[in-house]
Write a protein that binds this ligand. Structure first.
Ligand code: SF4
Length: 316
């Protein structure tokens, strides 16, 4: 298992070296749009996964390989196959990475932020993204399909408390799913929460990558524009994340490893995959071999072909 991957071009963080500190797929949610697939069993009790020493070792190695090829890295980002705060040693891993001298980001679904110890860990970072798909209990259940032990009111209060003491950049991400959280009423309620919480910037995204539940629909342009208008009118600095990140994926020297590490977290558009293959000097035959070996899968979504990592048996 590759813990460090990329750097992946990120619209928010520049060239972000990803850290996959959670094996597929341990999460407190099973979002209908999840690009990693459905969560077999949701969980909320933090526990140990990889050791901080292993994480540091992998990140160091990856940075060495990437820098030797002249590729810059702007951020170290915890963006795993599940929820990063389920890792009870996340704080120790952050401390271990500090001497590398790069800013550290965590992309979290915020479902455990009601726990003071989770907030303490996130306070040590430079940039945190919290998921805010809906502040309505029934919509939250429909979209995020949370562990039964979670309470939305506690999560929202946890985000408020965290925001008051955090010195880094706190952003939110709202994934719009057509017919669920893209109505005027739902968006206005989310916008009020984000404004009152003092979120620095809100990102509105759409399920551009193949979702866990096949029949969910992309919102149309009108719904996307409506979301932006409602959020902005509420005084929330808002950006849309409705475009592709581009095709500038780094090549570290081992094409097979690169493809598997990136697609475990981030499905690759066909154009991006072809660019990566070309950069390596190999051919698409290597991709075909990964598909034949059952490690990679090509899927169609929103008129494009994506390549995704095959997960454990039982996860489509
Ligand atoms: S989108 Fe994130 S929070 Fe939702 S199920 Fe997938 S990994 Fe978990």
């Amino acid at each position: 298992m590759e813990i460090a991957f990329g750097p992946v071009p990120s619209r928010r963080l520049g060239r972000s070296l990803g850290i996959n500190n959670i094996p597929a797929k341990h999460c407190s949610y099973s979002c209908v749009y999840c690009q990693v697939g459905p969560t077999p069993v949701t969980e909320i009790a933090p526990r140990a996964f990889y050791s901080p020493e292993n994480i540091l070792h992998d990140v160091r190695e990856r940075m060495g390989a990437v820098r030797a090829l002249g590729e810059p890295v702007d951020y170290l980002s915890f963006v795993p196959d599940g929820e990063p705060t389920l890792d009870i040693r996340l704080g120790a891993a952050i401390d271990a990475l500090r001497p590398l001298g790069l800013p550290i980001a965590v992309i979290s679904n915020a479902s455990l932020i009601w726990r003071p110890e989770v907030r303490d860990v996130l306070l040590r970072t430079d940039w945190v993204s919290v998921k805010a798909d809906s502040v309505d209990e029934s919509l939250w259940r429909r979209i995020n399909r949370p562990h039964p032990g979670l309470v939305l009111a506690d999560i929202l209060e946890g985000i408020r408390v965290f925001s008051r003491s955090y010195r880094g950049m706190l952003v939110s991400e709202t994934m719009l799913v057509a017919g669920i959280n893209d109505t005027e009423e739902a968006l206005a309620a989310t916008a009020s929460f984000l404004r009152d919480t003092g979120i620095s910037r809100s990102y509105v995204s759409v399920p551009l990558r193949p979702p866990a539940v096949k029949d969910i629909r992309l919102p149309d342009e009108q719904a996307i524009a409506r979301a932006w208008e409602i959020f902005s009118a509420a005084g929330v600095a808002t950006e849309l994340l409705t475009e592709s990140e581009g095709d500038a994926f780094a090549f570290s020297g081992d094409l097979r490893k690169d493809i598997l590490a990136i697609t475990a977290v981030h499905p690759l558009r066909e154009s991006a995959l072809r660019a990566l293959v070309e950069k390596s000097g190999a051919s698409m035959t290597e991709v075909d071999a990964l598909i034949a070996a059952g490690e990679l899968k090509a899927v169609a979504h929103a008129g494009e072909i994506f390549y995704v990592r095959r997960l454990a048996p039982g996860i489509p």
